[in-house]
Design a protein around this ligand. Structure first.
Ligand SMILES: O=C(O)CCC(=O)C(=O)O
Ligand SMILES: [Fe+2]
Length: 202
């Protein structure tokens, strides 16, 4: 799905369909799954944890997110089919659009897609990495499963010549994806979560 989307994005920029997958060496792309569990505000015992995730942007090309909600019953928790969560209850993934935080309200049967940092770097800012955050819901627990779809670790990511000219000098330094991840504190959090999941599966 990520590759299909990148083909569409390449075409939208007037480039050859396989442009991004070739530049980013996606035959050996580095992908990581970093699941999140958000308790409901009513279950939040600790004042420090009243936000799901602070505003941030993510490394990689795209983030593909599946999610599920769980409505809490008074006697305990029950799984809920979820498609009927009332968006006015708030919470979940929120994106910054024209200076305002909007609920990214997508049903559990769908996949939310965010543009991430390395499309912004490659296109020299033509596509923007999306600023997002996660709010907690008063009554509802949420599980999200973001798939960070990225370049190969040794791909050198830089503003490509098609996006650079006298009026648009390169706005980003070039580095390999590995170097970027190593210097990105957000990535260390994602990696730690992924390692916990791997350990649990072993
Ligand atoms: O929970 C979500 O929907 C988004 C999670 C997220 O932004 C992240 O883990 O980087
Ligand atoms: Fe994120």
């Amino acid at each position: 799905m990520g590759i299909q989307l990148l083909r569409g994005i390449s075409k939208s920029l007037g480039l050859e369909e396989c442009y991004m997958e070739k530049k980013m060496k996606l035959e050996s792309g580095y992908n990581i799954l970093g699941p999140n569990f958000y308790q409901s505000l009513s279950r939040c015992l600790d004042d420090k944890n009243q936000i799901g995730q602070f505003p941030h942007r993510d490394p990689g090309l795209l983030v593909l997110i599946a999610q599920n909600w769980r409505i809490l019953e008074l006697q305990g928790s029950i799984d809920h089919p979820c498609s009927s969560v009332d968006p006015s209850l708030g919470g979940g993934l929120q994106i910054k659009h024209q200076g305002k935080w909007l609920n990214a309200d997508f049903p559990p049967s769908s996949i939310g897609v965010l543009v991430a940092d390395h499309i912004e770097i490659l296109t020299n800012g033509k596509y923007k990495s999306l600023l997002h955050r996660v709010a907690l819901n008063t009554e509802v627990e949420r599980l999200s499963l973001p798939f960070f779809f990225g370049p190969s670790l040794d791909a050198i990511v830089k503003p490509e010549p098609e996006f650079v000219d006298d009026h648009n000098p390169p706005s980003y330094r070039q580095m390999t994806y590995k170097e970027y991840l190593e210097s990105n504190s957000r990535y260390h959090v994602i990696e730690a979560k992924a390692n916990l999941i791997n350990e649990a599966l072993l």
